[in-house]
Design a protein around this ligand. Structure first.
Ligand code: PMP
Ligand code: GLN
Length: 378
């Protein structure tokens, strides 16, 4: 059989998590917390199961959950999404991104992404016959150059995917970046996927400028969110998508025949859990404390560090330690030092190597201390 995705291999997250397990290494590679999700939320899921929410949810999602998401978006970004026609609950952000790409991309269409890019965009674009056009962000600040973006837009460009706070760099888009994005999207009639899975993990009093805040941008955007990232339960694979009705109609045609609907008792539980805004408004404080503890612990290491502004990832520049490739360095760290990280060249255009590895600090203080002890010896 001829492969539809000849260039796709096992994801770096799977490779590094397996290497960590095989070598009994501390796993700071794949992005997931190693502490518990709130017991109250788990209780709510249990209650929903006992209360009989065990059959198919409505196709776009539990109505209570859609209502509270609509309320939350209006509260945070002063933007109203219609609960019946503009909000769909998905099996994580990944399914939302895949479905949006499936709805948008036809054979020959071009889609701009910023590299280093999260790894699920490109295969989905290619699967539907599209071509990915990367715009490379440069270490150490990874800030976008909008002039360069415009140069890469052609008559075939249909879509641009943005991700702020950004995985893996921890960079965030400013208000001005979002205005530039809005300007280019309108000028060239582009559809936007705004991957906002780290919307609540942002530091130093900075603001997350959701695409929802910019009316012209919102009118052409799919906004994607992940409860797994927000509520420390990545294994539940629960997220959602917001989009104007004309875009959401096309999204739902695919969602309906892809999953139809997603986990019912978890949706019910989340609809109650989200009634308390503190459950997500406390996240910047919670994760900033982890970032700060971790950075203080490794401040005398030989890594060069620019503090992450958002996400639960920190880039570590090892150029003063070794001239190995980041892949070699990450492998050696896992095998010899028993700490697993993510080499980030795999996410770059032409696998450009900035000598930066990514660590996930969504970990208990005990794990962060163990990690720091190792990193300080390297
Ligand atoms: N986008 C980005 C930038 C991510 O880091 C991730 C990984 N959590 C996802 C999307 C996918 O999220 P989910 O686990 O909800 O599918
Ligand atoms: N989002 C996670 C990360 O960036 C990985 C999720 C996955 O393994 N696909 O580490």
């Amino acid at each position: 059989m001829i492969s539809k995705l000849p260039n796709v291999t096992t994801s770096i997250f799977t490779i590094m998590s397996k290497m960590a397990a095989d070598n009994k290494a501390l796993n700071l590679s794949q992005g997931f917390p190693n502490f518990k999700s709130d017991p109250f939320l788990i209780e709510l899921v249990h209650k929903a199961m006992k209360d009989g929410f065990n059959q198919y949810a409505p196709m776009p999602g539990d109505i209570g959950l859609r209502e509270i998401i609509g309320h939350k978006t209006n509260l945070l970004h002063l933007k109203k999404y219609n609960v019946d026609s503009e909000i769909t609950i998905t099996a994580g952000a990944t399914q939302a991104i895949f479905t949006a790409i499936a709805a948008i991309i036809n054979k020959g269409d071009e889609a701009i992404i910023f590299t280093p890019a999260y790894d699920c965009y490109e295969p989905a674009i290619e699967l539907f016959g599209g071509k990915t056009i990367p715009v490379q962000l440069k270490a150490p600040f990874y800030m976008p150059n909008w002039g360069e973006v415009e140069q890469k837009i052609s008559t075939k460009t249909k879509l641009i995917i943005v991700n702020s706070p950004h995985n893996p760099s921890g960079m965030i888009f400013s208000e001005d970046d979002m205005l530039q994005l809005q300007f280019l999207a309108e000028k060239h009639n582009l559809i936007v996927i705004s991957d906002e899975v780290y919307e609540h993990i942002i530091f130093d009093g900075l603001t997350h400028y959701s695409a929802a805040r910019f009316p012209e941008l919102a009118s052409r955007s799919f906004i994607v969110a992940s409860f797994g990232k927000t509520f420390h339960n990545t294994g539940w694979k629960m997220g959602y998508c917001l989009a104007p009705e004309n875009l959401m109609n096309e999204f739902k045609k695919i969602h309906q025949y892809n999953v139809f609907s997603v986990n019912s008792p978890i949706q019910r539980a989340l609809s109650e859990y989200l009634q308390t805004p503190e459950h997500y408004l406390s996240l910047p404080r919670f994760y900033q404390q982890k970032r700060d503890v971790f950075l203080e612990l490794i401040k005398d290491s030989r890594f060069k560090i620019i503090p992450s502004k958002g996400t639960y990832f920190q880039m570590l520049d090892f150029s003063e330690i070794s001239n190995e490739t980041d892949l070699q360095f990450a492998e050696r760290l896992t095998k010899d030092y028993k700490i697993a990280t993510i080499p980030t060249s795999v996410f770059n255009e032409s696998k450009e190597d900035f000598k930066q590895i990514r660590v996930c600090f969504a970990k208990t203080e005990e794990t962060l201390q163990k990690a720091a002890t190792i990193l300080n010896t390297i």
